[in-house]
Ligand binder design. Structure first.
Ligand code: PEP
Ligand code: CO
Length: 456
């Protein structure tokens, strides 16, 4: 057997951290800005803006994620692959909140555990790409890196990285979050009125009966609690907690939204939760350097190409205090690889003593191309990865505490399969994603029922 002896860097002797210390580290997945002075000016503008989230909310999320580590809560994490500024509309945001609420209702009912809802929204505007250039036309075109960086329009001018977009991104994130908060404060998430969350597909889709069954059972339970006078039940059921997240990819944006507290701690107050993408998991790299200094709970995407020794070094930097709730490992191995990749990872992490929360992203390693060259994902493969992941954790005595999806409330046709019977030939009807294919509302709800069956 080959033994790997890892010499960890001692976080106490790493050079001192500050919000810009990532700038001295090797960096990947960043655009080239032609006017660095304008970029710095825009980062300064972000520094002067009010934060989008509050430090207390971030701390609260870390606390309840720690409860998920112990199996007392379950995390539902989901939203767009790439949010566009044009998605900042009342209809799109309402639909996204509706589908996440419906899914969490089904999951709460099945697990009898409170569900932590984390949206990939209000800042999920930057994307990692596999190639820096697109070669569809005669001249190579810089790739679209998300609305936070450039425009999707396939023209050289539009693809130039424009630093002013980080300020525009902040304003769109602020407007999105403000609207979500207003919906929740205004009683939209009130469990007394789940009919408010009904998207069209719930009225006549394959799962409409099962969904109605869950809603009726919950409505009965609420009526019972209120009849017997459970203190505060009515008030508590009116509001929910909802958290925001995005990939910490474009570091000037993240730096601009970092704030120091009176006690000298740093928080990224642009979102509650941030994650380290699969392509930026470099222990010595800029992204790990940035994330090691903030108190926000963070996710790490782990896939077939992640080296165990790198991951241990990253965990050592991101979670030196071994604090439950601080790090979520989001595995994305693919239906064909999970059986061989996950057990050795679980073994290594368990041995390391890092109290991570385990989550599964069954989307990112199950990507396929259709004959016409469209990206798609099959519901069968997505569900198979989830089912295998649940089974492997059970077998190894660890607990899968969350799931991570790319989804939208709209009736898009991007993923194939499911009870609606979407096939490859249906994909052209409504294929709108700015990056990866997402589950539509009906497929997302179906997924919640399938997971509910696994968790019961
Ligand atoms: C994503 O979550 O959109 C993403 C790009 O995932 P990953 O880093 O796991 O490929
Ligand atoms: Co994606």
């Amino acid at each position: 057997m080959i033994q790997i002896h890892i010499q960890h860097s001692d976080p106490s002797v790493l050079p001192e951290w500050h919000p810009g210390s990532w700038r001295t580290r090797p960096i990947v997945q960043q655009p080239e800005y032609e006017d660095p002075a304008l970029l710095e000016h825009c980062v300064d503008i972000l520094r002067s803006k009010p934060p989008l989230v509050a430090r207390g909310e971030v701390d609260r999320l870390r606390t309840i994620l720690a409860e998920a580590v112990q199996g007392r809560r379950f995390v539902l994490h989901g939203g767009d692959c790439a949010e566009r500024f044009s998605d900042c509309t009342s209809a799109a945001l309402t639909a996204k909140l509706q589908v996440l609420l419906q899914m969490s209702l089904v999951l709460t009912y099945a697990t009898r555990k409170p569900v932590i809802r984390i949206g990939r929204l209000a800042g999920q505007y930057a994307k990692p790409r596999s190639e820096p250039f697109e070669r569809s036309g005669e001249i190579p075109l810089p790739v679209y890196r998300g609305d936070l960086v450039n425009s999707r329009e396939p023209k050289p001018e539009a693809r130039r990285a424009d630093p002013r977009r980080i300020v525009e991104g902040y304003h769109h994130a602020a407007a999105s979050l403000n609207f979500i908060r207003a919906l929740i404060e205004g009683g939209f998430a009130d469990l007394h009125h789940p009919e408010q969350w009904n998207l069209d597909f719930v009225k006549n889709g394959a799962y409409s009966q099962s969904y109605r069954g869950v809603v009726d059972a919950i409505t009965d339970a609420i009526a019972f609690m209120e009849t017997v006078g459970v203190a505060d039940a009515a008030e508590q059921l009116k509001r929910i907690e909802f958290y925001t997240s995005h990939e910490a990819l474009l570091l000037p944006y993240e730096e601009g939204l970092t704030r120091r507290t009176g006690q000298g701690e740093f928080y990224n107050l642009g979102a509650h939760f941030l994650w380290l993408g699969y392509r930026t998991c470099v222990p010595e790299g800029a992204h790990v350097e940035y994330l090691r200094g903030i108190r926000n709970p963070v996710g790490i995407k782990v896939g077939p190409g992640t080296k165990q020794e790198d991951l241990l070094e990253i965990l050592h930097r991101l979670d030196p205090r071994r604090e439950p709730g601080q790090v979520t490992l989001i595995t994305r191995f693919g239906a064909l690889n999970v059986e061989s990749c996950l057990p050795p990872l679980i073994q290594t992490i368990t041995k390391s003593g890092h109290p991570v929360l385990w989550s599964c992203d069954p989307m990112h390693a199950n990507l396929e191309y259709t004959r016409e060259g469209r990206k798609t994902r099959r519901l069968d493969a997505i569900f198979s990865e989830l089912e295998q992941t649940f089974g492997l954790h059970n077998r190894m005595g660890t607990c899968l505490g969350g799931v991570h999806f790319e989804l939208t409330g709209e009736a898009v046709t991007e993923c194939v399969g499911g009870s609606g019977g979407l096939t490859e030939s249906d994909l052209s009807q409504c294929y709108e994603t700015a990056c990866d294919p997402r589950l539509n509302g009906a497929q997302a709800l179906e997924m919640a029922f399938l997971i509910a069956d696994l968790l019961r």
